[in-house]
Design a protein around this ligand. Structure first.
Ligand code: SF4
Length: 166
């Protein structure tokens, strides 16, 4: 499946727990003040990529604990996001997604909800520079929550992940 890609990092320690492959999706409608990746906003920017090729590179990367889909906002391209998440889940790796939408928004949006079917943790909400903490481990600002996606989808309510399960 073709989609717009901003970039990839093979081994990251700062986008979720453990060693993670990070896929940065191109395109973001949120325009948070102080965003550090403004070049990822234009959905026609970045480069065209195929989800199958991304998965091939992920399968070749060694020592991975999981894969993180970030951006930009991966949920601006929900079908490609869901496709990669599913393939990563089938490899037995954990899947994290970063989005500017809140889980409350997503539960009301069928396409975005479907994209999260195989996701473990969602870090939700826009970046708020005034809430940028001293040690915002795995998140940009303190308003962003770690969501237990599977529990949230099964109850149709926002369920935050317990810190010990991150
Ligand atoms: S959601 Fe992320 S990429 Fe989009 S504007 Fe906000 S900080 Fe930037």
């Amino acid at each position: 499946m073709l989609f717009r890609l901003a970039g990839e990092i093979k081994h990251s320690l700062v986008n979720g727990p453990g060693i993670r492959y990070v896929v940065f999706f191109q395109g973001c409608p949120h325009h948070c003040e102080g965003c550090q990746n403004p070049e990822t906003h234009d959905i026609s920017g970045g480069m065209e990529a195929d989800t199958d090729d991304v998965m091939e590179r992920i399968r070749k990367a060694k020592f991975l604990d999981g894969v993180t889909l970030s951006g930009g906002d991966p949920l601006m391209q929900p079908e490609a996001c869901g496709s990669i998440a599913r393939a990563v889940h089938e490899m037995g790796l954990s899947v994290w997604v970063y989005t500017g939408w809140t889980m409350d928004d997503i539960l009301r949006d069928t396409r975005k909800k479907k994209a999260l079917r195989y996701v473990d943790v969602l870090v939700d909400g826009e970046f708020v520079s005034a809430l940028q903490g001293e040690e915002p481990l795995f998140r940009g600002s303190a308003n962003q929550r770690f969501i237990d996606v599977q529990k949230s989808l099964s109850t149709n309510q926002v369920v935050e992940a317990r810190p010990e399960n991150l």
